[in-house]
Design a protein around this ligand. Structure first.
Ligand code: HEM
Length: 247
């Protein structure tokens, strides 16, 4: 067993807003997953009654708003940032395929390419997670409108299903008193499609998050030590020239 002492160069790579977004996003996804699983397994958990169902959905939607706000702030930050947190450095683009070929070729030659930002495989995973999170957010908001009449779609859904002559704002969750059943039937296909997309996108997101965590642990151990601590400290120490550009 041999080890080599290298001179390391320190780089500031992840700005504070990127680190805050990352850990807050993880926390919010965990809380939303927990509440989502409780909703999925209500019968098995012995949860019944409309009050409990509405309470669970409301809690999930309120945390959902925080999740969307955090994501929106990150996208706005990424749009203007001139560092490794910019959307251009975070997401896959036209050059990612070439970078991926180069990455694989260097690994095949026994090298360990060092990245200041994400490696090309990481970019693909982040692009996929972002698309899924946007899909989950959009379908979640639509279901928040159809199920508990919460913004931004709630009031237009109430208006679309209200009985003629009744006040749309009087429609309450899980109460059909002022709901026109035919009008309600007309929104059902879109409502159930949104629910299915929401839940399957969540399953896919869980898979990619698991792969992302496994890949980061593997890369930390085999290729680039210090990857995980960089998401806490913001700094990376590289023993060779970075494979991506310094910002
Ligand atoms: C990564 C973030 C999220 C995760 C992991 C997640 C997870 C889940 C899961 C597993 C369900 C299934 C529950 C069921 O079918 O009974 C669900 C349903 C639901 N989610 Fe989310 N969710 C997320 C984000 C959001 C957001 C941002 C909103 C809206 C602000 C939202 C609103 C809803 C609503 C209204 C339902 C009920 C739909 C139904 O009963 O089929 N979710 N969510």
């Amino acid at each position: 067993m041999t080890s080599e002492i290298k001179t390391l160069t320190e780089y500031q790579v992840w700005p504070l807003p990127v680190r805050l977004f990352h850990w807050l996003n993880l926390l919010l996804v965990l809380v939303l997953s927990f509440l989502g699983l409780v909703m999925l397994f209500k019968p098995e958990l012995g949860i019944s009654g409309n009050e409990a169902k509405i309470g669970l959905k409301t809690a999930h939607v309120v945390v959902g708003y925080l999740f969307i706000a955090n994501l929106a702030l990150r996208l706005v930050y990424g749009l203007f940032a001139k560092n490794h947190g910019s959307l251009g450095s975070m997401l896959p683009g036209p050059s990612t395929l070439t970078a991926l070929k180069d990455y694989k070729a260097r690994i095949a030659r026994g090298e360990s390419p060092q990245y200041l930002g994400h490696n090309p495989k990481g970019k693909l995973a982040i692009g996929a997670m972002l698309v899924l999170m946007l899909l989950i957010a959009l379908t979640g908001l639509y279901r928040a409108g159809t199920d508990i009449y919460y913004p931004p779609f709630g009031s237009s859904i109430q208006a679309a299903i209200v009985k003629d002559g009744a006040d749309a704002a009087a429609i309450k969750p899980y109460d059909d008193t002022y709901v026109d059943s035919e009008k309600l039937d007309s929104i059902k296909p879109l409502k159930s499609l949104a629910g299915e997309i929401h839940v399957y996108a969540v399953y896919l997101l869980w898979l990619i998050i698991a792969a992302h965590i496994a890949a980061v642990i593997y890369a930390e151990n085999r290729r680039q030590p210090g990857l995980i601590s960089a998401m806490f400290s913001g700094r990376k120490w590289l023993g060779s020239a970075p494979a991506d550009s310094d910002k």
